[in-house]
Write a protein that binds this ligand. Structure first.
Ligand code: FPP
Ligand code: MG
Length: 334
């Protein structure tokens, strides 16, 4: 899967700088996961295919560059940036492996999920191995404040997932609860990547805060797009099992917006479709009734909000790339 940065060919020098840093991040991950046990290595090399867009590591690096200002030549990026970028990706990989167990998903990044290949027990343990390695690697920086901050993020992320499970099959779930879930389960990690990238580059408190807010809005927009793709995407393009939200009784924004606007009879019919897991008819209704478009509009507004948080940052290639990344998050079809 192409990395996120393939969106910005107009900045070849910074794009190739970040690309080469991402190659190093991948090496950090490989070295960290290397085990003396071939069975463990085989599992890890399978799951390394889960690295796709590298959104989170890219946010660490670009936020570092944006917070350090011009010249944008990479001197502001330290070893710690690559380590934190690797830690963030390891945390993300762990959550995906566990998420696929919860969602009973068969396909991820155009390949078989660990749970479908090796069963739930192996997938749960592999997710644990990845999260444990993430914090082991993070500890190598010798900065307890970073461990503390990322520990808070993984707490938040698990709590978000628990909240989502709590609201399974609850058709009264409202927009506010939906946003609470996705801020926690997805956006909290993206925001931390932006904050940490900026702080490690010596950004002041205002810059760290602004980039954190950027990441939070971006992360929410990202998950809304993810939820849209789950409903109306093309599985062969997205490359992962779709329709899992409906199958698992998770009501996401397009459905919530639709139910909030539907008349009594329409709402009753839609609830029946949800109960019967009738994805095709529900999808058509969300498209025809405008809920899909309204959801896209919400995501676009969040991308606008994310960019406004970047406004105080001095103009430059890194800032421009962050803005382009924000656009790419909702333009994507996978
Ligand atoms: C994706 O949801 C899921 C997340 C962003 C978070 C999942 C978190 C857990 C399962 C908790 C495990 C936590 C740790 C620390 C190991 P999705 O199903 O909407 O996304 P998808 O479409 O990519 O499957
Ligand atoms: Mg899932």
């Amino acid at each position: 899967m192409p990395r996120l940065l393939e969106i910005a060919p107009e900045h070849p020098s910074i794009t190739s700088l970040v690309e080469s840093q991402l190659d190093e991040v991948e090496l950090v991950i490989e070295r960290q996961l290397a085990s003396d046990l071939p069975a463990v290595n085989a599992l890890c090399s399978h799951v390394e295919r889960y690295r796709g867009k590298m959104l989170r590591p890219t946010m660490v690096l670009l936020s570092g560059l944006a917070a350090s200002g011009e010249p944008c030549d990479g001197r502001a990026l330290r070893d710690a940036h690559r380590v934190i970028a690797a830690v963030a990706e390891l945390i993300h990989m762990a959550t995906l492996v566990h998420d696929d167990v919860l969602d009973e998903a068969l396909v991820r990044r155009q390949g078989a999920t660990v749970n479908s290949l090796r069963g739930n027990e192996m997938a749960v343990m592999l997710g644990d191995y990845l999260i444990s390695n993430a914090f082991h690697l993070c500890s190598s920086l010798g900065d307890p404040a970073i461990n503390f901050e990322l520990g808070d993020v993984t707490n938040t992320l698990c709590a978000g997932e628990l909240l989502q499970l709590h609201f399974r099959d609850q058709y009264s779930i409202d927009e506010e609860t939906y946003f609470e879930i996705i801020r926690r389960k997805t956006a909290s990690l993206v925001a931390a990547c932006c904050r940490l990238g900026a702080r490690l580059a010596g950004g002041d408190a205002a810059a760290v805060e602004a980039l954190g807010r950027f990441g939070m809005a971006l992360g929410v927009a990202f998950q809304i797009q993810d939820d849209l793709l789950d409903l109306v995407g093309d599985q062969s393009v997205v490359g992962k099992s779709l329709g899992r939200d409906l199958d698992k009784g998770k009501l996401t924004l397009p459905v919530i917006l639709h139910l909030a606007q539907a008349g009594v009879h329409e709402r009753a019919a839609s609830l029946r479709m949800i109960q019967e897991r009738d994805a095709e008819r529900l999808r058509q209704r969300l498209l025809d009734g405008g809920a899909v478009q309204r959801t896209r509009d919400v995501a676009a507004r969040l991308v606008g909000e994310a960019k406004r948080h970047l406004a105080p940052a001095p103009p430059g290639a890194a800032k421009h790339l962050l803005e382009r990344a924000a656009d790419a998050v909702i333009a994507r079809s996978r």
